[in-house]
Ligand binder design. Structure first.
Ligand SMILES: *[C@@H]1O[C@H](CO)[C@@H](O)[C@H](O)[C@H]1NC(C)=O
Ligand SMILES: *[C@@H]1O[C@H](CO)[C@@H](O)[C@H](O)[C@H]1NC(C)=O
Ligand SMILES: *[C@@H]1O[C@H](CO)[C@@H](O)[C@H](O)[C@H]1NC(C)=O
Ligand SMILES: *[C@@H]1O[C@H](CO)[C@@H](O)[C@H](O)[C@H]1NC(C)=O
Length: 503
């Protein structure tokens, strides 16, 4: 009997035997919280999130070519850590779908590797890439798990970066739409939730202004790293502009050619902090609005109102491209849902005195200084600030006509090889889903929650130093054995109470 029990059950059993029932009850109460999946509206989906480069591995198998992320990792930006093997989901996807089933997920969010599906960036489809995604999607669907698919998650085919500079060229729009077309036509019979671009705002800032993300473009004195090429003053705005045009063209194509038969939804994803004025000065309050306009408004104002926020046009001047009337009409309303990644709260301090200098970059154009709620940078784990999630959702409800939202990412960062007893993750998730329920009851239009992440992946900023997973992946084991953390048991319990309720 012991053999078939999970680690957690054994842990509880030992606790019970040695310390008595009272402890068991306290422990159970702790990990369950006062909210369960049952309390959410019917149709609400709970899932976990991932991306291709961070989980798949097999980067040179079966015809895949490098993406800008492979190039970035292999250039040593991450102390030698790469996604070459990652969690080897390419070979282990069946085992991982089994973990999703055991956890009780309704949905799984993942991205397609463009350079695995279309190795030359455009043109012929790679039959082995096609087969992998068909198999993976079939495995999910046959186990009752909805696939929520992202088309671009920081991993543009390197070949397009080399040919014309990727997102800084308008040529990207045509190639992106053709790639999206292949995905809709091949997978759209089973995939009902499409996200065009992950964290469009962070990708532009990280990739083209500060240079800490692929494709690592930036210019002095603005980048955080030494970039070999780029222009921090102009390229973030140009890349972001092309992302909006590419998103809208793909969404319009879906609407025109696929939506009637496939009945799916399409959206785009951004990252947000909840911004709070550092002091109650009017300057900090205005600076907080500026932060929201530059982080959220950059993408959502065009999508909802058809143009960039006024403050962006004012501060960036001719460095931010303008939409034609036709483009504006195409972008406005080109979504069914908006995807939001939320982790943390930031306090905003006004720095508008810095606006005098010329040739500013996006970060300088915002003219703010951010202060983390966590004062001690040696603390690895995120502070637990669910009120920030409520704050962002309330902001969106009030400023953007309460659009349909999926929380695409939310989760706790811990040291990867610390204990499986990840109580801070349980507390983090429990607090956020509890608050999410409160916001839904107060009118926010949220239909899904995905925790980042299912497994401990190759992480964007930390490589293999941190993990966000419900499951630990043992990198020293040649089979990359997955082991459930306390958070996997908590999530499973939370979700199974949902299942029970709907019977
Ligand atoms: C759960 O408990 C928290 C903290 O006590 C409370 O703020 C929240 O409203 C509760 N949620 C529900 C749905 O009872
Ligand atoms: C960036 O582009 C702007 C506008 O073309 C130009 O004025 C500026 O000198 C460029 N900066 C760099 C570092 O190339
Ligand atoms: C609930 O929504 C209303 C209307 O948007 C808002 O004024 C109020 O602050 C919200 N309550 C909470 C607790 O966020
Ligand atoms: C955990 O990971 C860190 C960073 O990679 C490393 O320094 C440390 O030695 C590891 N600890 C164990 C017990 O493996």
């Amino acid at each position: 009997m012991i053999k078939n029990m999970s680690n957690f059950s054994v842990f509880v059993l030992i606790m019970t035997m040695s310390l008595g029932l009272r402890i068991l009850l306290v422990c159970g109460e702790n990990i369950n919280g006062n909210v369960s999946g049952y309390d959410f509206p019917s149709g609400f989906v709970f899932g976990a999130a991932s991306s291709a480069y961070q989980m798949e591995g097999a980067v040179d198998k079966d015809g895949r070519t490098p993406s800008i992320w492979d190039t970035f990792a292999h250039s040593g930006y991450m102390n030698g850590a790469t996604g070459d093997i990652a969690c080897d989901v390419y070979h282990k996807y069946k085992e991982d779908v089994q973990l999703m089933v055991e956890t009780g997920l309704d949905a799984f969010r993942f991205s397609i590797s463009w350079s695995r599906l279309i190795p030359n960036g455009r043109g012929p489809v790679n039959p082995m890439g096609l087969r992998f995604y068909n198999n993976f999607i079939d495995e999910l669907v046959s186990h009752g798990i909805q696939p929520h698919v992202t088309l671009h998650h920081v991993d543009l085919p390197q070949v397009l970066e080399d040919e014309y500079g990727g997102w800084i060229s308008r040529k990207i729009v045509k190639d992106f739409v053709e790639y999206a077309d292949v995905c809709f036509s091949e997978f759209g019979d089973r995939v009902k939730h499409w996200t065009t671009i992950n964290e469009a705002n962070v990708f532009t800032l990280g990739g083209y202004d500060l240079g800490f993300q692929p494709p690592a473009r930036c210019s002095r004195p603005f980048g955080l790293t030494e970039c070999s090429t780029g222009n921090s003053s102009t390229e973030p705005y140009i890349a972001g502009h092309h992302m909006l045009l590419a998103h809208a063209s793909a969404a319009r194509l879906y609407e025109k050619n696929y939506k009637d038969k496939q009945h799916g939804l399409i959206g785009i994803n951004i990252f947000s902090y909840y911004f709070v004025p550092l002091t109650d000065s009017i300057e900090d309050e205005i600076a907080t609005q500026r932060a929201n306009d530059f982080y959220i408004g950059w993408f959502w104002n065009p999508l909802i109102f058809g143009d960039y926020p006024d403050i962006m046009k004012k501060n960036a001047g001719s460095r931010i491209p303008a939409f034609t009337v036709e483009e504006s009409d195409s972008i406005r309303g080109s979504f069914d849902f908006l995807g939001l990644n939320y982790y943390n709260v930031m306090y905003v301090e006004d720095k508008s005195s810095t606006l005098q200098s010329e040739n500013r970059d996006v970060v300088a154009d915002i003219a703010i200084k951010l202060h983390s709620v966590q004062n001690d940078p040696s603390i690895f784990e995120y502070p637990i600030t669910p009120w920030g999630l409520a704050g962002v959702l309330e902001y969106i409800k009030q400023h953007y006509n309460n659009p349909l939202i999926y929380i695409h990412e939310n989760g706790q960062r811990t040291r990867r090889n610390s204990t499986l007893e990840d109580r801070s993750r349980v507390e983090y998730l429990q607090a956020h889903v509890g608050t999410l329920l409160d916001t839904i009851r107060n009118g926010s239009n949220v239909k899904g929650y995905f925790t980042w992440s299912l497994l401990d992946y190759f992480e964007m900023l930390d490589g293999y130093e941190s993990g966000y997973g419900l499951y630990y992946v043992d990198l020293d084991d040649p089979n990359l054995k997955r082991q459930p953390k306390l958070s996997a048991h908590w999530y499973s319990d939370f979700l199974k109470r949902k299942e029970k309720a709907s019977l």
